[in-house]
Design a protein around this ligand. Sequence first.
Ligand SMILES: NC(=O)c1ccc[n+]([C@@H]2O[C@H](COP(=O)([O-])OP(=O)(O)OC[C@H]3O[C@@H](n4cnc5c(N)ncnc54)[C@H](O)[C@@H]3O)[C@@H](O)[C@H]2O)c1
Length: 362
Amino acid sequence: MRMKIAVLPGDGIGREVIQAAMRVLYATSEESGHKVLAEHADVGWTAVDQYGEALPPATRDICRRSEAILFGAVGLPDRDKTLPQDQRPERVALLELRKGLFANLRHIVMPAGLAHRCPLKNELITNGIDILIIRELTGGLYYGQPQGITGQAPSRRAVDTMAYSEHEIRRILKVGFESARKRRKKLASVDKANILATSQLWRETAVAMGQEYPDVHLEHIYVDNAAMQLLRRPSDFDVLVTENTFGDILSDEASMLAGSIGLVPSACLGEPDAQGSSATPFYEPIHGSAPDIAGRDKANPVGAILTVAMMLNHTFGLAKEARAIETATFAVLNEGQYLTGDLGGAAACSEVAEAIIERLRV
Ligand SMILES: NC(=O)c1ccc[n+]([C@@H]2O[C@H](COP(=O)([O-])OP(=O)(O)OC[C@H]3O[C@@H](n4cnc5c(N)ncnc54)[C@H](O)[C@@H]3O)[C@@H](O)[C@H]2O)c1
């Protein structure tokens, strides 16, 4: 197989972690015989300095003609604050590249050997944590109309609208059911069906779709309860699916369970439109550009390396190769010899990548 990948390291540690992740990808492809066709492109402040804009046309073109985008991070706080929010590289580049991608996946795993880094008590996590959070990304409160502030102070009024069509609900739930089917076959559908109309439609749709997936155990949880249960019984969760705003909050809460922000990978996926074309799937570690440690080979590359595993799985259907990367990565983390500073170790970003490559068995 040939894999056409747009590689966009971006700013700060984005450059270091993507370099490490690409080394692991090349090592995996060498072992498995699949060919990587990578085109590198600038994004973020790195692109502003070269081309005067955060997402130059050449970068867009490369993304458009690739099958997947591997993204590091963009943004530098000192420079960001010289621009209005909506013109900052993080907004401009990310919003544009993720347009049309409705499913945001975060894979949160707490490595057994790093249980002491998890903020929860030991007795709550003895069975491990391995949760796939699926958040709807293009609908709900953040996009519903009307939205805005009207009137004059002190009598102004603000409105946000939460709106979902059955089609939008069904397509994200489908990602949830299909993902659960490939994992431990448990799906937690999170809503607020006791109050919200959008959630009532969500739950009706989930119940109906559950008939098509009799092998998947479907649980319905109210969002406020889900926020508690993630901290009380995190090991029970397999796949969790929810709408945009709930997912934004729950996925950040759950990410903390991994032990470091540097460990968590993510993906944004879409589906072909009526013409059969779709936005390029987008893969990134969840952390930012971390300017406090950038340029010193100190960043944890694990989030980026596991992001490559997600890419192999979801875009290229290479489950065996993805598993090989995950197995090697967790072996290194559990051994504890090569850990970066965020995990209490002193290993360099490049050393962690090297240790993972040494353990790769495809
Ligand atoms: N998707 C993105 O591109 C993205 C996401 C978040 C933040 N940002 C941008 O990144 C810049 C910095 O943001 P921030 O400081 O709020 O968040 P951040 O994630 O960059 O850093 C937060 C803290 O976590 C640490 N950290 C993050 N990733 C790490 C890793 N892989 N290894 C070790 N330590 C790690 C950092 O050193 C820092 O102390 C800002 O400009 C922000 O807008 C971009």
